[in-house]
Design a protein around this ligand. Structure first.
Ligand code: FES
Length: 573
């Protein structure tokens, strides 16, 4: 089916002979365009999350031009729309707070203006879910253009991975094993080019998920940001989105329960970031699909992890691209996927990966010779996490996957900073470090504090991993026996709020349990004497966030943004 020019959404703005259409056309002409440039053509919004502080997107000014080149070639009319660059590096208190802001902005940018289809440009962690959440809600034809990973880091001939090697060498510096000079040299070499983090962190995970869901062109998520193929991919997106408008192929024609199962399967096979669970639940919610934590765990248990990428493995995204990229990985796990799902290419997922070639079986393993026999994420339940918690067992020391130890409790992040390196802290390698007030409301915004630092005195003894529990998140580039997203969070009176120093905590990953060995009576009495903390915000976006954000297992979306009754198109008066 092909729609006619008078069926274009933008026709309502440009196609009539009335007062308002006069204004819309004359103001387009104000920019130097002629009727030949835009009349009767699909208007393509190029939503660009470029900013001077979005270091992962520093190539997006050129890429936007390359997208536009493709749009012009295919007979569309491109318009660039800047959107908030939700950047992982600088935004405080936590960029997750602003994911929903970007989702709202994307939705309203599209709704309020004469747009027929969009190319979404993102990549740094929260930009992928933020842009897609808004676009899925608006349900106009869209293609996601991932920023692509940066090149491998380098320090004195050693390869450095974003985040992962920062945490590793920071511990070595605190243990006194590397010098200030070494540390400064790493600062120069760890981020060598435009592009997002090049470990299998949240950015690489979410762009792989976008591709598996069918929302990028085939292969788009693996191309390094500075590779010439990336520029060509940008103009391919521009050409294809114009066709998608004529075909009226929309995100909710593509997204189904099966495509989300494919995305979760890919997430487990790549050893993806624990953050992906939150974002996938939120994305599915926008498409009226309900995902619960046990479903993630079922898929995890049947999906071997086959990507040998840091933090769970050895290599980086540049190696992954040369090894065949996501298409080759998906082909390796094809027997676990529903291959008939539609994608933005107009073809099925199966057709998109048919010609993929694997060139390095060390980087992308097989189902018979995986890096880990089950998926990268485990979901735990128990009296400490009645609504669930997650961890990445593949990135933890195996001895800690079944462990009981006494709690050392920090009531918030400032308390942690003050106490963690105190030589008199009563802590040993079997202790369980607990951080409270790091959740969606408590953080606020679930900051990535969940990889709690190992106390300095234990680092000096050679300890490099311990069980750590919080209602915060951790960076997808982090590693260790870190149990995260504990729900309900402590700030609203979840059981985590009532843990005290010395309480025994039991972790059993095989049986997916997380329990506090304190009697129900004692917990009830602690609950009765608990005083809720004061709200963080009384006005502004923070107050809106606090009033409407949902808990981790519900995706941290705003309750009023989840799929519900449709909002009608604006009247044009
Ligand atoms: Fe942008 Fe890591 S800081 S992806």
């Amino acid at each position: 089916m092909r729609i006619k020019p008078e069926q274009l959404r933008s026709h309502r703005w440009f196609g009539n002979q009335d007062l308002r259409s006069f204004g819309h056309r004359s103001r387009t002409k104000q920019m130097g365009y002629s009727d030949e440039d835009f009349v009767g053509k699909p208007v393509i919004g190029v939503i660009n999350t470029w900013s001077d502080l979005a270091t992962c997107h520093s190539h997006f000014r050129e890429r936007a031009e390359e997208v536009k080149r493709g749009v012009w070639q295919a007979g569309g009319f491109p318009v660039e729309l800047p959107a908030m660059a939700v950047t992982e590096t600088y935004m405080k208190p936590s960029p997750l707070m602003y994911r929903n802001f970007l989702a709202m902005e994307t939705e309203e940018l599209i709704r309020s203006q004469p747009i027929d289809g969009v190319v979404l440009m993102g990549g740094c962690d929260k930009t992928t879910p933020g842009l897609l959440m808004g676009a899925i809600t608006m349900n106009l034809p869209c293609i996601y253009l991932p920023a692509g990973p940066m090149l491998r880091g380098n320090w004195n001939g050693k390869i450095l991975g974003s985040g992962t090697d920062v945490w590793k060498y920071w511990s070595e510096k605190r243990a006194g094993n590397i010098t200030d000079c070494d540390w400064m040299e790493m600062e120069e070499g760890i981020a060598r080019s435009p592009g997002h983090c090049m470990t299998m962190g949240t950015a690489s995970t979410m762009t792989a998920i976008a591709e598996t869901l069918g929302l990028t062109l085939p292969g788009a998520s693996s191309i390094p940001a500075v590779d010439a193929s990336h520029a060509r991919m940008a103009s391919n997106c521009g050409r294809r989105i114009v066709e998608m408008v004529w075909e009226d192929l929309k995100p909710r024609d593509i997204l189904t329960a099966d495509s989300f199962d494919n995305a979760i399967t890919a997430d487990m096979a790549i050893g993806g970031s624990t953050n992906a669970i939150i974002h996938l639940v939120a994305l599915a919610g926008r498409a009226s699909i309900k995902l619960d934590l046990p479903h993630f765990d079922q898929i995890s248990q049947r999906t071997p992890m086959i990507a040998n990428l840091r933090p769970s493995g050895e290599f980086l995204m540049e190696d992954f691209y040369y090894a065949g990229g996501l298409r080759a990985l998906l082909k390796q796990i094809a027997s676990l996927l529903k291959l008939d799902c539609r994608t933005v290419s107009g073809k099925t997922l199966g057709e998109n990966i048919e010609s993929a070639r694997l060139t390095n079986p060390d980087v992308i393993r097989s189902l018979e010779d995986p890096v880990g026999s089950s998926g990268g994420t485990a979901v735990l339940f128990g009296n400490l996490a009645p609504n669930g918690a997650v961890m990445k067992p593949t990135a933890a020391e195996p001895r800690l996957l079944k462990h009981t130890g006494p709690a050392v409790v920090f009531k918030d992040y400032n308390h942690l900073v003050k106490r963690i390196d105190d030589e008199n802290l009563d802590v040993n390698q079997d202790s369980v470090l607990v951080l409270q007030n790091g959740g969606p409301l408590g953080g606020p915004g679930m900051p990535e504090w969940g990889m709690l630092p190992i106390p300095k005195k234990l680092l000096r003894q050679g300890v490099r991993d311990m069980v750590r529990i919080s209602d915060a998140r951790m960076s997808g580039t982090s590693y260790g026996a870190c149990i995260l997203h504990v729900s309900p969070e402590s700030y609203i009176g979840g059981p985590l709020a009532f843990v005290r120093d010395g309480d025994l905590i039991e972790v059993d990953v095989v049986n997916r349990r997380l329990d506090l060995r304190v009697s129900d009576e004692e917990l009830s009495s602690r609950r009765a004497s608990w005083t809720p903390p004061k709200p963080h915000y009384e006005r502004g976006f923070g107050a809106l966030f606090s009033a409407h954000v949902t808990q981790a297992e519900l995706g941290c979306d705003f309750d009023f943004l989840q799929a519900g009754s449709e909002i009608s198109e604006p009247e044009i008066h």
